[in-house]
Design a binder for this molecule. Sequence first.
Ligand SMILES: [Zn+2]
Length: 305
Amino acid sequence: MRKLLIHITALLFIACASPSESDSNTDGRLKIVCTTGMLGDAVKEIVGDQAEVTYLMGPGVDPHLYKATQGDLKLLTNADVIIYNGLHLEGKMGEVFEKLENRKQIIVAADGIPKEKLINSTDFQGAYDPHLWFDVSLWEEVCNYLGKTLSKLEGVDKEMIRSQSYAYSDSLKALHQWVTKEMAKVADSQRVLITAHDAFGYFGRAYDVEVKGLQGISTLSEYGLKDVSDLVNYISDRNIKAVFVESSVSDRSLNAVVQGCKEKGHQVHIGGTLFSDAMGEAKSAEGKYIGMVRYNVNTIVEALK
Ligand SMILES: [Zn+2]
């Protein structure tokens, strides 16, 4: 059952290592670099001050389109451990990870979830929906996997990591219950979440909400006029009150949907901006995973109840 898919390929032969790699650890702590803010936040909660944790994708950044900058490459090259979501969320970074694979310890968060719990992609055959963090109980499993894997690293206080990981797991259990309770306030007829792209598939499955996005599970997918008019018809027929824009995706597509509904004589409004693939500003409550989920759920419930 134990699927230890971490790529511990700490090969000693590093043919093309730059000289700066050897002097990367300035304060002796491990350097962990994560891709998304959600991962960065989880890892910070789990490792505390035992490692220096950074993440590449800040507020408003779309991971599907994100390309590593020179600065990112330097951070990744200097990292001891790299953690990414996987399932092609970071669609344009595959080559970068491949290059680092033999030189770094790489942890793929999605490896913590058995395949049968993943949602199949309707856009790409053989691919899975990468937006795991929207089912809080599934994200808890991801975090437990990270905790287990990180506690095995050299030079860390294993017991402390384990206990911090358990504590975070408890917070996520409570959050999952809270989301379930809050979402129950929305009437059955309004339990439809319409967003710019299909980020909320796991949310829909976990909390019994129908989800529809104009674009598929990646913002790389195109959408056409027919998609807009189909969605307009759906919203009008179902008498949906609100649709939601996303902080990391342009609102242009959904504005076209709102306008289309208006022309059909159905008033639908923008229910708010949800944090889908990126968290809020670092110092705000939404700059942490728990705050982000609470904000999203409050926004959804307020607009649809
Ligand atoms: Zn997405």
